[in-house]
Write a protein that binds this ligand. Structure first.
Ligand code: ACO
Length: 451
């Protein structure tokens, strides 16, 4: 099979958001900390009316409807999430309710979990399946979603919520390069959820940034090495049209692009350094592992990479900045933003790299090519049109005061383990077509309806 990749895509984020400028005031932090310091504008969140299952099924249903999918043509359904509501039963099994209705039950795949990386792992499973001897000719669907919430404190403004659904198969407009995925996986306690009684993670903020950047260094260098095997002229960032990152908050993404340039600088020959990186010679003997918090290196390469950032990365951040961290869906939200920042004609033939990071930690850099094949062209056009519609929901959301947001968080926290339970969150405020939680019974079985 040829050109395996993404055929269609949908994104769902909740209809309520809190404005980060207002949140700065409410939290009593200095003006600009969340908006300039973290680079965030708005944060989507949900009340107790939504949970991970409703988020995922809403995204999936939209994908099915918009693309008129015959569910008998789907042979694999994968879910990536770290929002756990059951220690045994997968979200995938809940999503089967849509398939069961039409008698389609021959569907492989279950959930995959490791922080923000689960969506990428699920996606790789789907691609691997299509490219494997187990493949039966049908398509796969990957759903990745999370509700990212933090306890009160400095991490709270880096929350978010949302889900993506992706249709995977051959002859796709977005094609995954083969044999060049570069991974870096180690053991770290940077962000983890050991308290099963709470929805909140344990976070070591500083360590999580160091882990993110060191994973990026490793993946990027290995990625370049693998790329050069097939293309000896591969020149790192200069050979890529786009560079997309998992986005916990957009400032970290901008720093990550600067970090990529620092890697390119260290890897360049002395002559190339002079030519390509004028005025940066003082950094020639700096080491990657000693510079995660080196202000001089950061400042110099942030300023060096400003134009490259504007070209290759910033177009991917619209959803990340306006929705917040969707964990497993974050990188795929960046893909959506990147795609709709250009016309289909501009996109044809483009190549970009994707960096997926999940604390704990698991990370991979891989690349996507936009197929220049004519038959893929019309699929690309259709994909872009549908994504424009999906993203237009950003402006249809309602702003909620931070005090009300805080109260709704409190309701979620207090009732995280209550059963039986009837949610109190507004149904009125939900977008049409949204699934919502109706009830949790005394056996903790959840029932849903669709608005
Ligand atoms: N105006 C402009 N900038 C400001 C202002 C202001 N008034 N006040 C602070 N800043 C800047 C700071 O200088 C800092 O910038 P810098 O990083 O360039 O130095 C930035 O805003 C953040 O301020 P800090 O004081 O460093 O923030 P704090 O330590 O309170 O929290 C953190 C930030 C650690 C990211 C926290 O939000 C967190 O723990 N988030 C969750 C973990 C996370 O997202 N980690 C990333 C990778 S792991 C993952 O994906 C979950």
């Amino acid at each position: 099979v040829e050109n395996v990749g993404i055929l269609a895509m949908e994104l769902y984020f909740p209809s309520q958001y809190v404005d980060q400028t207002e949140l700065e005031k409410f939290d009593g932090v200095s003006t600009g900390k969340y908006t300039i310091g973290l680079g965030q504008r708005k944060m989507s969140f949900c009340s107790d009316r939504e949970d991970i299952q409703s988020l995922c099924i809403t995204a999936l249903q939209r994908l099915i409807e918009r693309n008129n999918l015959n569910l008998h043509d789907i042979g694999r359904l994968e879910v990536g999430t770290e929002t756990i509501i059951d220690k045994s039963k997968s979200v995938k099994t809940f999503l089967m309710t849509l398939f069961e209705k039409v008698g389609a039950t021959d569907v492989e795949g279950i959930d995959t979990t490791n922080a923000c990386y689960g969506g990428t792992a699920a996606l790789f499973n789907a691609i691997n399946w299509v490219e494997s001897s187990s493949w039966d000719g049908r398509k796969a669907i990957v759903v990745a979603g999370d509700i990212a919430v933090y306890g009160k404190g400095p991490a709270r403004p880096t929350g978010g919520a949302g889900a993506v659904a992706m249709l995977i198969g051959p002859n796709a407009p977005l094609v995954f390069d083969r044999g060049i995925r570069a991974s870096y996986m180690t053991h770290a306690f940077d962000f983890y959820k050991p308290d099963l009684a709470s929805e909140f993670p344990f976070v070591d903020g500083k360590l999580s940034i160091k882990c993110f950047l060191s994973a990026l260094d490793s993946c990027y260098n290995l990625f370049c090495k693998k790329m050069r095997r097939s293309d000896p002229n591969f020149k790192g960032l200069l050979s890529l049209d786009g560079m997309l990152f998992h986005s916990p908050y957009s400032k970290l993404v901008q720093k990550s692009l600067a970090r990529i340039c620092f890697n390119d600088y260290l890897n360049a020959s002395p002559e190339d350094r002079e030519k390509q990186f004028p005025g940066l010679s003082e950094f020639s003997d700096r080491k990657l592992e000693e510079t995660y918090f080196d202000r001089d290196v950061e400042k110099a390469f942030m300023s060096y990479s400003q134009q490259l950032f504007a070209e290759k990365t910033q177009p991917s951040l619209n959803i990340a900045v306006n929705v917040g961290n969707m964990y497993t869906a974050s990188l795929y939200g960046c893909l959506v933003s990147y795609l709709i920042s250009k016309s289909p004609e501009e996109l044809i033939g483009k190549k970009f790299a994707m960096f997926s990071y999940g604390s704990g930690l698991a990370s991979t850099m891989y690349s996507i090519n936009i197929c220049s094949d004519i038959s893929a062209g019309s699929k690309l056009e259709k994909l872009i049109t549908s994504l424009h519609d999906t993203v237009s929901y950003l402006d249809k959301r309602v702003s909620v005061e931070p005090s009300k947001f805080s109260d709704l968080m409190e309701v979620r926290t207090k009732n995280y383990h209550t059963a039986p339970y009837t949610p109190s969150g507004s149904i009125e405020v939900l977008f049409p077509g949204t699934y919502y939680l109706v009830n949790i019974d005394d056996q903790r079985r959840r029932t849903y309806e669709r608005k």
